[in-house]
Each structure stands twice: as structure tokens, then as C-alpha cells.
Design a protein around this ligand. Sequence first.
Ligand code: HAM
Length: 421
Amino acid sequence: MFIQIPRGTYDVLPEDSSIWQRIEETARKVCALFNYKEIRTPLFESTHLFQRGVGDTTDIVQKEMYNFKDRGGRDLTLRPEGTASVVRAYVEHKLFGLPDQPVKLYYIGPMFRYERPQSGRTRQFTQFGVEALGSKDPSIDAEVIALAMTFYRTIGLKKLKLVLNSLGDPESRAAHRRALIDHFKPSINEFCEDCRNRLEKNPLRILDCKKDHDHPLMATAPSIIDFLTEDSRDYFEKVKAILDEMGIAYELDPTLVRGLDYYNHTTFEIMGSSKGAISTLTGGGRYNGLVSELGGPETPGVGFALSIERLLLALEAEGISLNNEASLDCFITAIGEKARQKTPVLLHKLREAGLSADKDYMDRKVKAQFRQADRDHAKFVVVIGDEELAGDAANVKNMADGSQEEIAFSALADYLKSKIK
Ligand code: HAM
């Protein structure tokens, strides 16, 4: 019976996994530069966490979550994003009590959303995200943005556009909310059912509607920027001033409201070139109310997440190849049965000495064994035949220059290590 992979998922085959490893390594290195430490949280959480954290009226919670009951009848959800989980862990482990705040965390791992699959939109996708919890200093907003930009630059992307907005503090949000309701209410019947429901509950979400995107009232909707309190405006000015001084260019977009409810103050997205319709590579922003919403003390937070899937599309669109095929230190080629018997132990010794090594397991002829060594990009091929067995030494061929030497079996590991170093 042939069973296919679930819709919206994919396999990363060995020929591509080195690219993924390179991206993940780069993310880890950049996080180390900025002093962010890794956090690993479960792939599933209580459903309630996302309802509360991400927001009941968001598309993610209403339409896209993989919810299930476990055998104990608990309501669980495959995590659709990382921020709520990180904040839960921050509260649960009382990380707010650590002497060094903000607590600067990063994560790399799969997220799950039941979306309509297309290029750059899958049902399981891998996010690299960072969260800085515990500081409301505008320089930390600039820092997380700088981290994302440094990551993309290190990977090699050039065509990036940073888009910035501020959603202000709760007071700004409340004034904007009232203005949005007044704006949409008279014509709300022209909008989809979701938007009609959103009008009183969360009118900001109307601006994020995919169905009513082109309705003329969208373009004329009141802009949050006009409702920012003085403090919020001042905060946003400071973030922008730091970015200016860092030399990080951005565009302002007052319609950037983001699809998750926890944001306030700074929101941002980074767009890249893409052959498909989706070009948003990264989304993030500040979420000062989330820690207290999830049962912790009043604590500010800011972060972003990007997906490796969209990064790969942007790399493709810019014609950047990250292929770094791994090479093997040594491939052992055996000629004849006796030599074959010697290879498992010899191979094991080389590996124990820290050399990457392999051999033929398919009883192939010498030529075919050499071809495999080539495909594995072996730096050295160790040939063992009757002659070598008699002399207690292997014939070692340096694949880079073709030179050959006889090396005693007992000295083989040291010899290869000295050459490869
Ligand atoms: P988000 O905008 O929902 O934000 O997702 C962030 C990024 O995840 C997107 O920009 C995109 O690169 C990627 N992404 C989202 N959905 C998919 C999908 N179906 N397929 C492929 N890639 C996808 C968040 O998740 C927030 N937690 C970000 C954040 C962290 N804000 C503050 N801290």
C-alpha cells in the first residue's frame, strides 16, 4: 500500500538537508553574537494558551489550529507559533525573577497551521524566532530587528525591505478601535461574515482580512498613527532614531497591523523577493501585555519569527545557492574477501579517532567503490587487497592530487588526521 505525505507538508531529503543545517547554524551563530540563548518548548500545548495568547478572533485560532483531545480528554493544539509558548515558559519557570533582564531567547522548530497550501505557505513550517522579555527599552526593539537583518545578510540575501509601524499603547489602541468601528459600521453588511463578527470584538482584525482586502473602505480606514498617544509616539520615534543611527533602512506602513492579537507599539515585517505571491519573510513586534495576560507579572516583550521555507524561496529568487555538500575524510575500498573482513574494524577505529569514514556494503567491484568514494567527496581512499594485508599496511590515495602512500594499519588514523588537519 502506498501512503502519501499529508497535504501541506514535505520531506527534506539528504541532498537538501545540508542547506537547512547551514541556515540553522547561521541562526545559532547570529543569536550568539547578540547573546540570545536557545529555548525548546513542546510541539503541543494547551489549546487555551493560543486562544488567550494569539487571540480568539484571529484567523490562526479560528481557522488554522490543529486541535485534538488526548486520551485523557485534554484539549491540546499543535503550536501554530512560538511566542505564546515562550511566554508560558517564561511565566511557568519564573524567568522574570532572573537577575539579568531582558531574558533573550531564540527557538528553531516546526509550527503547524491549517492553511491553504501554496508556495511559501505550508501546514508544517519551520520558524526561527527570537523573544526578548523584560525590557521596554526602545533599543531592544531595534536590536531584534537588527538581529533579523544580520541573519539575512549573513545568509546572503540582499533584496530586503523592512516595513515598520506602531500600534501604540492600550490608550492609543482604544481610541483607534472606536474610530474603526465608526468607520466600518455603516457599511459592515458589505463585508464578509468574519468581518461582521470582528466589528465589535476586534475591529483591527478587519484590516487584516484576506477576503475584503480590496473593499474601498479599507484604504480610507483611520490610521493608528493618528491615534498614538504622546508617549507611544515618543517611543516609536526613539526606535526609528536608533534604526537610523544603525543604518537600517525602513519604510513606514500604518496599515501593518499583523495577524496576531498580542502586539502593541512597534510592529514590523521584512519582505524579500519571491517568485510566488508571498514575500513576507519575517513578522514581529512588541507585545507588552502578553506576559500578564498569561498569568505573569506586568512584563514587556518583543520578538520576531521567520520561516526557513520562505527564506529558501527568497534565496532561490535571488539566485543564491547555499549548497555545501559534506565531504568524507576517508573511504575504504576492499579487494577480495579477506580484505573485506578487515574493513569493519578498521573503519570503526578511524571513526573513533574522529575521522568521517565509510566503506562499500554492496560487494561491488573496485571501480564502483571508487565511484562511490567520488560521490561522497572522499578526501582519501584507503585501498586494502591481499598485498596490503601481507604487508600490514594500506595503500592510501590522496584524491586531491592523486598521490599514493603505503601506511601501516596501526598508523593510519594518525596519518589521515595529520593530513586532513
Ligand atoms: P507570523 O507573522 O504569524 O508571526 O509568522 C512569522 C513568519 O512565519 C512569517 O513571516 C512567515 O515567514 C512564517 N510563516 C507563517 N505561516 C507560514 C506558513 N504557513 N508557511 C510558511 N511560513 C509561514 C508569528 O508567528 C509571531 N509569533 C512572530 C513573533 C515573535 N512576534 C513576536 N515574536
